[in-house]
Design a protein around this ligand. Structure first.
Ligand code: AMP
Ligand code: GLY
Length: 432
């Protein structure tokens, strides 16, 4: 892209991830019109809000054609799995996000396993079942702990780490008898239980080109010390001190590259983010899952450190040009999620949020909105994960202190957040 070219961009989605994408794109020297559908109350300050849901494929397609949008950046997985990428590409629109064939890496865990086996990518042993009786028989032979996974999309709730046989049986009944995940749970994987440190490695992929981003760590459990139920993610940090250059190179060469090559052999031209959820086990890194998009809340910790132009990178990947090299700000970024009362079992709507501007005015603090809305002139909560407050600094100690100073400035009834995000990274940095 030359300096005087401007691109009109639509970001699809309305969470903290999309707010971080919008902020990154808004900083580009080459951004023209910047739209977001459906966005949220915070995104409204940074982009033009388009009142279309992320899963309204006909509406989005019509809007993009009518307004001659140059690039569509798709945040969530569901529209990608449903073929939003295909629909837009058929109309000649550049899209950052794979077609349905590539999105199947996230849309079907059995497909992802087949790709990993064919590519020789290290992952846990697993067996797939379509009926409860065979699954139970396997379970009795195998024993607990095991991990039960619904094959299809289940909004992050389709995985049960079963420490006992009865928990595992209950999870199978949930899928096959209660049909808790509908068709998504009609096929179930029983996977070997893996132990270690978890890591998210996101790579921008365009055909056979790979540009892996700084690694990140995500906090899935609701409570400090990794207790409580699984959530969509309560915080994240980037980079990850335990990932040195050698391990980073190993992850790219043993996981990302063979996967991308296997997609190529299957005729899949993947253009978007290949997200590898990894477990660093005593026997080496193993893939827990692939996602076909940016992670949430990892993106809120990764993108604030990106020095290079985000639009140039996403554009090059979408149109298949050579991917530019990227630079990062030194130091660390720490993102803390603030959730509403009851999350993750339920969520509270309509609680008035105060102090966001005060937090955002702090040095090296950014506030990304997720479930926020305007009601009678007040900013209010509108769902579970309300905001991500990200602090950046030369060290984890500094980034954490800034993030938590931002959190302390923000008040709403029932606000809950973890107080230990990036604590381990900070302790490691001190040599502790
Ligand atoms: P997934 O959606 O596949 O990433 O699974 C959600 C969470 O379940 C992961 O982030 C892990 O914490 C956990 N998990 C998934 N697979 C395994 C496994 N094989 N062993 C242990 N924990 C797992
Ligand atoms: N942070 C996990 C995910 O985006 O799926």
């Amino acid at each position: 892209m030359t300096d005087d070219e401007r691109r009109d961009v639509l970001v699809v989605g309305g969470g903290g991830r999309e707010h971080a994408l919008v902020r990154g794109l808004a900083r580009s020297a080459r951004i023209g019109r910047l739209c977001c559908a459906p966005g949220n109350a915070g995104i409204a300050a940074d982009a033009e809000i388009i009142a279309l849901g992320a899963e309204d494929l006909p509406g989005l397609t019509a809007f993009v054609e009518k307004e001659r949008i140059d690039l569509v950046v798709v945040g969530p997985e569901a529209p990608l799995v449903s073929g939003l990428g295909d629909k837009l590409r058929e109309r000649g629109v550049a899209v950052f996000g794979p077609n349905a064939d590539g999105a199947l890496l996230e849309g079907s865990k059995t497909f992802a396993k087949q790709v990993m086996y064919a590519a020789g990518v290290p992952t846990g042993q697993a067996a797939a079942f379509t009926g409860r009786d065979e699954a139970k028989a396997y379970l009795i032979n195998h024993g607990a702990p095991v991990v039960i996974k619904a094959d299809g999309l289940a909004a992050g709730k389709g995985v049960v780490v079963a420490l006992t046989q009865s928990e595992a049986e209950a999870a199978l009944d949930d899928c096959f008898v209660a049909r808790r995940f509908g068709d998504a749970g009609g096929i179930v994987l029983i996977e070997e239980f893996l132990e270690g440190e978890e890591l998210s490695l996101l790579s921008v992929v365009s055909g056979q080109q790979i540009l892996s981003l700084a690694p990140a760590q995500d906090y899935k459990r609701a409570l400090d010390g990794d207790f409580g139920p699984n959530t969509g993610g309560m915080g994240s940090y980037s980079p990850v001190p335990s990932v040195d250059d050698a391990l980073y190179a190993e992850l790219v060469e043993k996981v990302v590259r063979p996967t991308v090559e296997e997609l190529g052999r299957r005729g899949i031209d993947f253009r978007g983010v290949l997200y590898a959820g990894l477990m660093l086990t005593a026997k080496g890194p193993k893939v827990l899952e692939f996602n076909c998009r940016f992670g949430d809340p990892e993106t809120q910790a990764i993108l604030p450190r990106l020095k290079s132009d985000l639009l140039d990178l996403l554009w090059a990947a979408a149109v298949g040009e050579e991917l530019p090299a990227v630079d990062w700000h030194p130091g660390a970024a720490v993102g803390v999620v603030m959730a509403s009362r009851g999350y993750p079992a339920s969520s509270s709507k309509g609680d008035v949020i105060r102090g966001v501007d005060d937090a955002a005015a702090l040095l090296e603090v950014e506030v990304f909105h997720a479930a926020t809305a305007w009601a009678a002139g007040a900013l209010v909560t509108s769902g579970g994960r309300v905001l991500t407050v990200t602090g950046r600094g030369d060290s984890f100690a500094e980034a954490r202190a800034r993030a938590y100073a931002g959190v302390a400035a923000i008040k709403f009834d029932g606000a809950q957040f973890r107080s230990d995000i990036a604590l381990r990274a900070q302790q490691r940095e001190r040599g502790g």
